[in-house]
Design a protein around this ligand. Structure first.
Ligand code: HEM
Ligand SMILES: *[C@@H]1O[C@H](CO)[C@@H](O)[C@H](O)[C@H]1NC(C)=O
Length: 227
């Protein structure tokens, strides 16, 4: 990866941590939030991410995107992780922008399990997602930065919230700018954050309409969703 890419990722990561805050009115995030209540919190997350990264380096990209997709829907409240809703109904994680492409859930589960053994009911899943995204940046971009913590987990996860808030790959620049503005992010911040795509993968269906001047050679690998 070029140096520019690394710097880009560092900026992205910093923006992720600082700007995509949950429920803006009440957020009081702080670096070292778990210093007294769970001193090993960040180390345990780092270990879980590192172990997964050793087996599959692509997991880093998955975890960065997981944090983004959490934060853009109901704020950074770990709602993207929920498998069921108290009130019933379909959840964020089964929404087309998340399923089947979102990956890394099992890494967050492993980190959470380690944290529950070490300090039960202390570290929020939303913070684990933010730490894991940072650790992924560290592993891929060789950049270290501090993540303010203290996010609270939500209990509501609705498919339509994911569909209505996550920007689809078909959006125009203006639509993207508007969508980020709605999250209090500027066009410049959007461009910086988009640098996250320095790493990762995409299904062909996400971009095939925009290449080869519309003359798409029809190749349909069976492992892919149809175009
Ligand atoms: C600007 C609006 C954005 C759009 C339209 C967009 C769209 C997409 C799409 C279509 C994919 C491929 C999904 C697939 O087909 O598997 C993707 C992947 C990804 N996105 Fe974005 N994205 C946006 C912003 C962001 C932001 C802000 C971040 C993080 C800061 C991010 C991080 C990633 C990463 C890391 C991947 C690769 C995931 C993997 O390899 O598992 N994206 N994005
Ligand atoms: C974002 O959009 C929602 C739904 O249209 C709206 O209620 C909210 O006020 C908007 N937020 C900002 C910061 O523009």
């Amino acid at each position: 990866m070029a140096m520019q890419g690394r710097t880009g990722i560092a900026l992205i990561a910093a923006l992720c941590a600082v700007c995509l805050l949950p429920g803006l009115a009440t957020a009081q995030l702080r670096v070292g939030f778990y210093q007294k209540s769970c001193p090993n919190a960040e180390a345990l997350v780092r270990q879980a991410v590192a172990a997964a990264f050793t087996k599959d380096a692509g997991i880093a990209a998955g975890l960065i995107r997981l944090h983004f997709h959490d934060c853009f829907v109901r704020g950074c409240d770990a709602s993207v992780l929920l498998a069921t809703n108290p009130g019933g109904g379909r959840t964020e994680r089964v929404a087309p922008p998340n399923n089947p492409s979102l990956r890394g859930f099992e890494v967050i589960d492993a980190a959470k399990a380690a944290l529950e053994r070490s300090c039960p009911r202390t570290v929020s899943c939303a913070d684990i997602l933010a730490f894991a995204a940072r650790d992924s940046i560290t592993l891929t971009g060789n950049v270290v930065y501090s993540v303010p913590a203290g996010r609270r987990d939500g209990s509501i996860s609705r498919e339509e919230d994911a569909n209505n808030n996550l920007p689809p790959p078909t959006f125009t620049a203006q639509q993207l700018i508007d969508r980020f503005k709605n999250k209090t992010l500027t066009a410049e911040e959007m461009v910086l954050l988009s640098g996250a795509h320095t790493v990762g993968r995409s299904f062909c269906s996400s971009f095939v309409d925009r290449i080869w001047n519309g003359n798409t050679p029809i190749v349909r690998p069976s492992s892919e969703t149809p175009y």
